[in-house]
Ligand binder design. Structure first.
Ligand code: CAA
Length: 379
């Protein structure tokens, strides 16, 4: 597989790197402490085209390929994993699904503002009693002729408060199990829509994660994506691309931590020399870099397959499974290399270690990725 990047892909990567250094790095520690959503930075990312990168320019997007997207995701995630998850959800879970499966009217009304970054989207699948077991949706969308009556609760919703357009999965025909689920486009200002409490999280504290409550909320039938009962297929198909976004986020966290560890190792002296001259540190750096490179190759392979229109489900799951473990392992080592300094906020790596953990959990836990991979191999 050819991994030579085009000039355009490299330019996108460099633009994301510049933006992250200039606009995301200042204040990233404070936003983590205060759990502050990077609203102005996300607005700028929209203006620069990072919020709807792969969407056709006809709908306000950047018309770029998946390789460009994963390169940009890595650069943003190196510096601010909270801004990165907002970007990932908007690009791969919201815009992608709307463009692929939405009607022309839905694209004009909802995709255009989302792809141009004027509005932010959220993807609402998880529930208090349906996380990994996503087919067990308890939220109901009762068919009332010209509209659905939606009742239920969604949990851990990324962009939960900052979004204004939500893709909500809800059960219409319980007897049909997952084939009775629908995906509905819901605007935040609908009667019966309440944004619940903000989660006080271990990591990605700059992203706003909320529960959502729907109480007798009416959603017009024309807001349903695809045919009646298509919602679970919609969610699964969308999540395949989402997993590639989160794999890239994990890669960015890992490579950001490695860059900081290398820089620190060249400056810090112990026993009369820079610690980079001690083999204990050299071997850690070698292990971290090797794992990061392997994760990058898995991600690029899955991205290339997706761009070629080929099946990439197994490869995206492998990329997320591996890259999220690499993020966890390398951030722990980056803290270790920094010693006591690694344990305080000022040196960034402790935040990266906390941020890394979620990549093994959301958009399908590592255990779910193993289910997806093994089913693809054994079917
Ligand atoms: N791609 C496409 N289709 C898929 C799929 C995939 N990766 N995985 C499952 N499906 C399809 C199956 O083919 C099947 O379709 P048919 O019935 O038409 O044949 C259907 O989904 C049901 O699958 P199973 O029969 O295998 O059902 P299961 O209950 O045994 O397993 C599961 C399903 C794979 C475990 C699924 O529930 C799953 O992926 N769970 C994890 C949910 C998840 O990733 N949640 C993330 C929340 S979103 C989030 O985190 C966003 C955020 O804010 C950051």
């Amino acid at each position: 597989m050819d991994f030579n990047f085009t000039e355009e892909q490299l330019a996108v990567r460099d633009a994301a790197r510049d933006f992250a250094q200039k606009e995301l790095l200042p204040g990233v520690i404070e936003r983590d402490i205060e759990q502050k959503f990077p609203a102005s930075q996300i607005q700028m990312m929209g203006e620069l085209g990072f919020m709807g990168m792969m969407v056709d320019p006809r709908y306000g997007g950047g018309g770029m390929d998946t390789v460009s997207y994963v390169l940009a995701m890595e650069e943003i995630s190196k510096v601010d994993a909270s801004a990165a998850v907002c970007m990932s959800v908007n690009n791969s879970l919201v815009c992608w699904g709307l463009e692929k499966y939405g009607s022309e009217e839905q694209k004009q009304q909802y995709l255009v503002p989302l792809a141009s970054g004027k509005k932010i989207g959220a993807f609402c699948l998880s529930e208090p009693e349906a996380g990994s077991d996503a087919t067990s949706q308890r939220t109901t969308a009762e068919d009332r002729g010209d509209h659905y009556l939606v009742n239920g609760t969604k949990n851990w919703i990324t962009n939960g408060n900052s979004a204004s357009i939500y893709l909500v999965m809800a059960q219409t025909h319980p007897d049909l199990k997952h084939k009775g689920i629908n995906a509905l486009i819901v605007e935040k200002d609908r009667d019966g829509f309440v944004v619940g409490k903000k989660e006080d999280k271990m990591g990605i504290r700059g992203s706003d994660t909320h529960s959502l409550m729907f109480s007798d909320m009416q959603v017009p039938k024309e807001n349903r994506i695809g045919a009646d009962g298509f919602g679970f297929s919609f969610a699964m198909s969308t999540l395949n691309g989402g997993r590639l976004g989160i794999a890239s986020q994990a890669l960015g966290i890992a490579s950001g931590a490695l860059e900081r560890a290398i820089q620190y190792a060249k400056e810090r002296k112990a026993f009369g020399v820079e610690i980079a001259r001690h083999q204990a540190i050299q071997f850690k750096i070698a292990d971290m870099a090797t794992k990061i490179e392997a994760a990058r190759l898995l991600i690029l392979k899955a991205a290339r397959l997706k761009d070629a229109g080929k099946d990439f489900v197994k490869e995206a799951a492998m990329a997320k499974l591996f890259a999220s473990d690499v993020a966890m392992e390398t951030t722990i080592e980056a803290v270790q290399i920094h010693g006591g300094y690694g344990y305080v906020r000022e040196y960034h790596v402790e935040r990266m270690m906390r941020d890394a953990k979620i990549t093994q959990i959301y958009e399908g836990t590592s255990e779910i990725q193993k289910i997806v991979i093994s089913r693809a191999l054994l079917k």
